[in-house]
Write a protein of this length. Structure first.
Length: 422
């Protein structure tokens, strides 16, 4: 299913968004318009000698077992790698994405994150992370990393100089881990600055790019070493699959039989071929969806900003956002579909507001074509202590709204009537 020749990649490098994904799906067995689903656990060999070559490392192209490699997972990984590295390819003049980036697909975003952290960190190592994080990532760092003998230090700041000080205080830091925009506070981190700071200290930088997607932001071209994704969210886009990905700017690190590859398959968080196929189908509309998500979210943020019942709004597309200029510099084509806000009546008002909505569903997760609303302190981040919530900037009544692609007029009307009842 893979085409590793220089020509098509160089041609695709001149295309953008959905065009590149559509053209990359044409090299399929039997020339099917849509890639087939390889729904199989194992693959057969034409002979014993062929099996020996595969298991002996002489044949790295044949598929053996879907926990290790599956055509649907590899096809999706290569497309995501291309989307994340297309600017990097242009900068370096690379003919093929395989020379600048490669990735692996997982059964969930947490599968991807846990594989990255546990493969890169060992007993005695230190990881620096921001305090405002996805709840699952925070739990892994707070509860699992210490059992591995890994020290986690949280930095409650988006200012690069504070990260310099943190790295000076913790010279054993091996990895810097950030989300930008952050979950749920929508803070923006300067990827290029943090990459330079981490590298100067001998550490690497991993960026969770779930909120922005490679359509809006490409951390590898800004110096990041790793990009992680929850494919469950905007990339698949329809709330029907669970998945994750790790993309590295060092292809050899995630290649067949590498330390990371062996670590990943033994963790067992391999994706199903069908979920990979569904996510692949979602990629075809990523550009269109992200444009609509971003436009709708900006309109809702502007609607909320200054409303008499709203105390504050955090959305990087608003000029009042403290990192608006930075977001404009490192995000292109919009600011994403997530925003958070607080009502003046606190938690009581937030509950009345959410209960009065007709269009957004009260649910965790995000990035679906339909709008979802939740209260992080009570839902996604309820496993955090109140002290940790405060350090992360999470208040009791904070509302996180994942804005879908519905009619903006309908969304605005629904939100206004819910505010009236809040």
């Amino acid at each position: 299913m893979r085409d590793t020749s220089p020509g098509p990649d160089r041609q695709k490098n001149r295309l953008t968004g959905v065009s590149s994904i559509v053209t990359s799906s044409r090299d399929t067995p039997l020339h099917s318009h849509v890639p087939p689903i390889f729904q199989t656990s194992t693959f057969s060999f034409p002979s014993t000698d062929a099996a020996l070559r595969a298991f002996g490392g002489e044949d790295n192209e044949s598929f053996v077992y879907s926990r290790g490699r599956n055509p649907n997972a590899e096809d999706l990984a290569r497309k995501l790698s291309w989307l994340e590295a297309r600017d990097l390819m242009a900068e370096t003049g690379a003919d093929s994405v395989d020379t600048v980036a490669a990735g692996r697909i997982f059964s969930s975003g947490m599968g991807a994150i846990s594989a990255l952290l546990s493969s890169q960190l060992s007993m005695g190592d230190v990881v620096l992370s921001q305090a405002s994080l996805y709840g699952g990532t925070f739990s892994f760092m707070k509860e699992i990393c210490p059992r591995m003998g890994v020290e986690v230090r949280f930095v409650s700041s988006f200012l690069p100089e504070d990260w310099v000080r943190a790295l000076e205080m913790h010279p054993k830091a091996k990895l810097v881990y950030i989300e930008t925009p952050s979950n749920p506070t929508m803070e923006i981190h300067d990827i290029r600055a943090l990459a330079d700071i981490a590298h100067a200290a001998g550490a690497r930088l991993a960026v969770d790019n779930t909120f922005a997607t490679p359509y809006l932001q490409q951390p590898l071209s800004l110096g990041a070493d790793y990009v992680v994704h929850s494919l469950t969210k905007f990339i698949s886009g329809h709330g029907a699959t669970i998945g994750g990905a790790v993309i590295s700017r060092r292809p050899e690190e995630v290649s067949l039989y590498s330390h990371f590859w062996k670590h990943a398959i033994e963790l067992g968080a391999s994706p199903s071929p069908f979920d990979c196929w569904l996510t692949d189908m979602g990629l075809k509309t990523l550009e269109l969806r992200m444009m609509r998500h971003s436009a709708n979210a900006l309109a809702i943020a502007q609607l909320l900003d200054g409303h008499p019942k709203v105390d504050s709004v955090s959305y990087p597309g608003l000029a009042a956002h403290p990192q608006h200029d930075l977001a404009r510099a490192q995000m292109r084509g919009g600011f994403g579909g997530l925003l958070t806000f607080e009502l003046k009546d606190g938690l009581a008002g937030s509950k009345r507001f959410m209960d009065s909505l007709s269009i957004p569903s009260i649910a965790i997760s995000l990035g679906s074509v339909d709008s979802l609303v939740q209260c992080p302190a009570l839902m996604t981040h309820s496993n955090m202590s109140r002290e940790d919530q405060r350090a992360a900037g999470i208040s009791d009544g904070q509302i996180r709204l994942s804005v879908g692609i519905e009619s903006i007029e309908d969304l605005a009307t629904d939100i206004l009537q819910a505010l009236d009842r809040a």
